[in-house]
Every structure is written in C-alpha cells, then in structure tokens.
Design a protein. Structure first.
Length: 325
C-alpha cells in the first residue's frame, strides 16, 4: 500500500528530533540543551537543522548573544510538550487492570502550600492505596498552570490571576495575608503600632504581587498604607520572603496560618492593619483533555468529592479579625 504524502510524514520523521527540539526550547539554547541531554553541541545543532528541513520552517533564531523561538517553533513546542506528556503516562496506563490500584501521580505545586485538609486527604489516599507513588515539583504559579496545560503533570496546585479556559479548577483552600516584620525591625518591640508608622517602610514582595497577578491584592494593601514605592527584595518563594522579613530586608506579607508558628516563636510580628486583609485562593488544577490513568481518575474523583463535602469557609485559613500574637 502506498501512503499519501501527508500520511508518510509521521513514518518518515525521526521522533527523537521532537524531544531534542523540546529540550532546546526549554533550555533556551543549543549548548545548554546538549549539556542537559549529554550530547555534543554539533549533534544537537544537526538535529535541529534536520527538524527544520522536515517542516520547511525556521524554528529557532540563533545569532551571537541572541536566541529566540519563532512563531512556528512555539506552535511545535506546545505540540512536543503535549506528546511528551502523553508518552509519560504510558507506564501508569500499562499498570491498569491490576487488582490493586497502582500507578504514579505527578503534582506541579507552588511553594509552601500548607493545607491541613489536603494533607489529611493525601494521608488517607496513600494508606488506602499503598502501591501508588507520588512526585511533587515546585514551580511558580504560571509554570504550574503551564505544566498542567501541556500535560506534563497529573494535577497542579497554585494561585491563579484568572481562571484558565482550558483547565478545570477547584478552590483547594483560601488564606488571608497579613504584613509582618522581623525581630530586628525597629517596630518589633513597639507596644502600639499605627498604620501611619508604616509609611515609607521598605518592603519585600512576591513576584506575583504585580498588577494583574494573583497577589495583586497584597500590592493594593501596600499602596493603601503608603509603603515605599519600590520593593527592596523580591522572590517567588514564600520561604525566601520569610527569610528576608526575618533578616530585616523589609516588611512583607505572609499567609496568617503559615506565619503563626514564627510569630509564636518570636521570629516575626504581625503589623497593622488587622482587618480587611487580602484573601487569596489556592486552586487545584486538572486538564480535561488529558487521558487520565486509573489512579489519576480515582485521585481526582475522591479529592473533589471530599472538598465538596467541606464548605469553603471551613477551608479558609487565618482569621482576618484575629491578630496573631
């Protein structure tokens, strides 16, 4: 049988070229991709050239001190990532049919997600299904959304600036944010602090506090208090924000329930205001376009059922009218 021209393409294409291109795009360079893959740079360059010849399009613009992905390259990268995500599911899919539920669940998660309800669910699920394995990979929130969209993770847990159209979302929990200073700060030992005492104070910020970001409400709180106009420290990691607060780089915002232990230990102190604090939602993400394995389907169905049985108010941590001391 002679295949039509358009049907010969997948048979003629070396699929390893797609994997190589995906790594080139993610590593933002041919030399970095070669190091990542354990190959020599000319080998990766030749693979990229073969792939461009196969499609008849330029995928990467590479000049001295310049590297960028063309529009065609961006389209191909999205498809390569989706293919990679599908292939990564094969071991879990092949495990289906066993008497005991088994397989792997990969979760892309933002830093310092602390939820007693999620931890309790994870404990019960892992005890009920001892043959299931897990991997948690920490990313910034926009990368978590990307990993789930591209089928690279079973599920995601993160903040969202807006609800994505192609993903299913559910509020895992809500948390209130308050402002804190470290023990080295001049206001730490002051008995009564007024919001006016914070005017012009240096601050540290999450990268997601920018306008349109999921923590924009925190930025609005700072503006309301007339803190310094620009941040003195910035990070995507809650632990590093906490470090900078305690080192007195600047005052900063933390979830109240996360900060409680450090407040009790005398490492940080909550600052005013104590009411009308920013309320932020942490979401559980899943991709309806993903061919979920049996273990992923079971995990998602059970956590959605358990969360639905618990009111959102009971999954809201920190009391905005209760000052930590």
């Amino acid at each position: 049988m002679i295949l039509p021209h358009q049907n010969r393409f997948p048979w003629n294409l070396d699929w390893n070229l797609l994997r190589t291109f995906m790594v080139v795009a993610e590593q933002r360079g041919i030399s970095k991709a070669a190091a990542y893959l354990g190959l020599k740079q000319p080998t990766v360059s030749a693979a990229l050239k073969r792939l461009e010849q196969a499609f008849g399009k330029t995928l990467v613009i590479r000049k001295p001190n310049e590297f960028s992905i063309t529009r065609a390259g961006q389209v191909l990268y999205a498809e390569c990532a989706s293919i990679f995500g599908t292939v990564s599911q094969l071991p879990a899919i092949m495990e289906e049919g066993n008497a005991d539920l088994r397989g792997h669940i990969s979760i892309a998660i933002t830093s310092s997600v602390i939820s007693e309800h999620f931890d309790e669910f994870l404990n019960r699920f892992s005890n009920a299904h001892p043959n299931v394995t897990y991997s948690f990979s920490v990313y910034e929130s926009d990368e978590v959304e990307k990993m789930v969209t591209l089928n690279r993770s079973s599920f995601g847990i993160c903040l969202l600036p807006r609800i994505p159209k192609k993903l299913d979302t559910m509020v895992l929990y809500n948390e209130y944010f308050g402002l804190f200073c470290g023990a080295r700060h001049r206001l730490f030992g002051v008995k009564d602090i007024s919001p006016l005492d914070l005017e012009g104070e240096p601050f540290v910020a999450f990268q997601t506090e920018a306008e349109g970001g999921p923590l924009e409400a925190v930025s609005m709180l700072r503006a309301r208090l007339n803190l310094a106009r620009n941040w003195r420290g910035v990070s995507s990691s809650l632990n590093e924000i906490r470090r900078m607060i305690m080192a007195n780089v600047g005052i900063g915002a933390l979830p109240l329930h996360v900060a409680r232990q450090d407040v009790a230990a005398g490492h940080i102190r909550q600052l005013p205001p104590y009411e009308n604090l920013p309320l932020v939602s942490i979401y559980l993400l899943s991709n309806p376009a993903r061919r979920h394995s049996e273990v992923e389907t079971t995990f998602l169905a059970k956590i959605e059922a358990e969360l639905s049985a618990i009111g959102v108010s009971d999954r809201t941590y920190g009391n905005e009218k209760s000052r930590l001391s």
